[in-house]
Ligand binder design. Sequence first.
Ligand SMILES: [Ca+2]
Ligand SMILES: [Ca+2]
Length: 269
Amino acid sequence: MLATTRIRRWKPVALATSAALAGLTASTLTATPAAATTTAYDTTYYKNAVGKTGTSLKSSLHTIISANASKISYSAVWNALKVTDQDPNNTNNVILLYSGVSRSKSLNGGDLGDWNREHTWAKSHGDFGEVTGPGTDLHHLRPADVQVNSIRGNKDFDNGGSTVSGGGGSLTDSDSFAPRDADKGDVARMILYMAVRYDGGDGFADLEPNEKVNNGSNPYMGKLSVLKAWNEADPPSAFEERRNQVIYDTYQHNRNPFIDHPEWVEAIW
Ligand SMILES: [Ca+2]
Ligand SMILES: [Ca+2]
């Protein structure tokens, strides 16, 4: 009797364990979706996007972030970056993308030891250059060390590679670049902002992410699956949220939806 009872008890436990194991396996194979967030802008700025998914969400966000967006000149980007990327612990400095280094705002330029204007969506991918438009959009422009910026070049993003000198833990190989961990999510959200913001209007290319790492001058940026994982692994920081707010309040009057709602990355892609 006792043995039978044990067997009876064991069976449901075994089934539950299998189910739990199956669930565990599934969750380790797919990225854990970013938790749904609510922001103060959901009932105003984002009201036509909230509740949508897929191409409907992407299209709605394109309209929202393009409408009445202001543009600045490439020369004005220098001073804007001194505000958007100011070191929270030292108002004389900016924090550099990829390396994480804090460097004097006055060291902007093109020499070794200077910082310059990194186009996270490489300007050759779609050939938009530095004319006012995608080439001057602060949502993907960041101060970066001149040498690190040069090493990144126009490479697509992917995991792996060897250590970038002065790169703060960034890696690179012949066809891709991986920022340091703390910048991985930032990069993903900047790239995906560009894909939503630029859809072929205004004489500029329709920018889109894809799964390649050899996109060259085509208007694509890889690797989408890696960017999605980076968005999950490195959620928006206070620094990133502040720069989104400064761009919205002071410069362009549009927002990066993926900083406000990182879960919208999975909802679209
Ligand atoms: Ca980050
Ligand atoms: Ca696009």
